[in-house]
Write a protein of this length. Structure first.
Length: 478
């Protein structure tokens, strides 16, 4: 694809802004020095602009989107019709499980060009929304017959190409998916494309790690899909094998998303999913537990103590009717967390953070649930925690404007109607809770401007390709 944002080395850059959110809070007159590798080399508050390029507005660190299945962007909205027959009393049997059937059938039609086109469109959208890095939980590995492509990494390579085209930082998380379900259920046509044995999986991870080595915008981790799709012994084998490849890279897993996930794990394995994982794997700060929705008090406390990140995807979890993560208790236990757009029914950190807070307000019938005590800002707490959790889960030096971190940032337009008259944490409160239009004006990743004045350099080309893909997919489904 043409128009990729080039990742070759840059001239050192100096930018200056009146307001910036540093690791210890808001600072004034901030000079940001960016080296030729695209990292911050120095960040100085109370500095004069000198020859630096002056940036109007307020600078925030770019936020990490810790959970994405890129191809699902093309299915957003396709699953909003009642799928199940009405039950005997006319009841609604639609659920996560019926949604999943539609998704597995959708996936049978995607080819590598589609994957690249959809991911590029999605990643451009992410950047414009203020996400500067993504964790791609990537599981469509095989061709439609369930056989490897000539290059078994084809689909992952295409996804990485899309990230390069868009210029977003990426943590590629190849997925291990070994069985159709508990009790060795036969995989359906869609699932055939996900299944790998542990050896093929580790070869894929090894290859991707080698080919992306040295690219500061890419990291490779792993994602055993879930305790439902990966039984204990392949899980242990994969974890040991991955340690030999990279003993520090991130490990993500879906866990306890649905009540049925808890019940089935109890029935087949004799423990609750999070309880079981904490007892059977060395869960630590490398781990991201995605959709740890259904956890009891002990699991909530123990998960927080493990220093793993809870991967919360509020818009998708709402869309799928998953249930509600005990966010208040988890915060009280000092738990780490971040956000993901997952199925991409929404691509907006604002909406993820707002939903996370609003759901808690609705169940507790109170307000400012995430705020850190009297006078504390809900927006600043949500944004700050999600920055830190996103950076940890993605295993890259991101999420803060400080020397040694990637120069990933977003510029808020302080002249935007939602932000007028706001300052400091008030900017974050109004950014998240102040309207439905996006005040992100410019975005930089690894020292390069990828969004300027709300437009992405490659957005027209990326969209034209995406449009062709979507038309073909629509025609095929007639
Ligand atoms: C996925 N998504 O892998 O894309 C899953 C659905 C499953 C979410 N859990 C399929 N949100 O869990 O098997
Ligand atoms: Zn997921």
């Amino acid at each position: 694809m043409c128009c990729a944002i080039e990742m070759t080395s840059l001239a050192p850059t100096l930018i200056w802004c009146e307001k910036a959110l540093l690791a210890d809070g808001w600072a004034k007159d901030v000079l940001l020095e960016i080296d030729a590798a695209g990292d911050f080399s120095r960040v100085s508050p109370d500095a004069s602009a000198g020859d630096a390029a002056r940036v109007a507005g307020a600078i925030l660190p770019g936020i990490g989107n810790l959970h994405s299945h890129a191809f699902q962007r093309a299915a957003a909205g396709l699953t909003e019709r009642r799928h199940s027959a009405d039950g005997p009393g006319g009841g609604n049997a639609d659920s996560f499980w019926t949604w999943r059937e539609v998704l597995h059938s959708f996936v049978t039609r995607l080819n590598p060009d589609d994957q690249e086109a959809i991911a590029a469109q999605l990643y451009v959208e992410m950047l414009k929304a203020g996400y500067t890095a993504v964790g791609e939980f990537h599981y469509v590995h095989q061709d439609p017959d369930g056989r490897p492509y000539a290059d078994p990494a084809e689909m992952a390579v295409r996804t990485l190409a899309a990230a390069k085209t868009a210029g977003i930082g990426i943590t590629m998380l190849p997925v291990l998916y070994t069985v159709g379900g508990y009790g060795d259920v036969t995989p359906n046509a869609g699932q055939k494309r996900y299944i790998l044995d542990v050896d093929a999986f580790l070869a894929l991870v090894q290859g991707l790690t080698a080919t992306t080595q040295g690219d500061p915008n890419v990291r490779v981790g792993i994602a055993p899909h879930s305790v439902r799709q990966v039984p204990a012994s392949p899980l242990a084998e994969a974890l040991a094998g991955f340690d030999a490849i990279d003993a520090t890279a991130p490990i993500h897993i879906h866990i306890a998303e649905q009540v049925r996930d808890v019940d089935e794990h109890l029935n087949h394995v004799g423990a609750r999913p999070v309880e079981w994982l904490l007892a059977n794997a060395e869960v630590d700060a490398r781990w991201c537990l995605v959709h740890a929705t259904h956890v009891n008090e002990a699991e909530t406390r123990n998960m927080a103590a493990s220093r793993a990140v809870a991967g919360i995807c509020p818009t998708t979890e709402g869309n799928l009717g998953d249930g509600i993560f005990p966010f208040v208790d988890y915060l009280a236990a000092g738990g780490r967390w971040g956000i993901g757009s997952d199925s991409h029914v929404s691509v907006s950190p604002i909406e993820e953070l707002r939903w996370l807070e609003y759901v808690q307000r609705l169940i507790t019938r109170s307000r400012n649930v995430a705020a850190p005590g009297h006078g504390g800002s809900t927006g600043a707490r949500l944004f700050g925690d999600a920055l830190a959790g996103g950076a940890q889960a993605l295993g890259r030096p991101i999420g803060a404007l400080k020397a040694g971190c990637r120069a990933d940032l977003v510029v808020l337009d302080t002249n935007h109607p939602n932000l007028l008259g706001r300052d400091g944490d008030g900017l974050l409160d109004s950014f998240i809770f102040g309207g439905n239009t996006n005040p992100v004006r410019d975005v930089m990743v690894g020292g390069r401007w990828v969004v300027r004045d709300g437009s992405h350099a490659a957005e027209d080309v990326v969209f034209a390709t995406y449009r062709r893909t979507m038309r073909r997919l629509a025609d095929e489904s007639l």
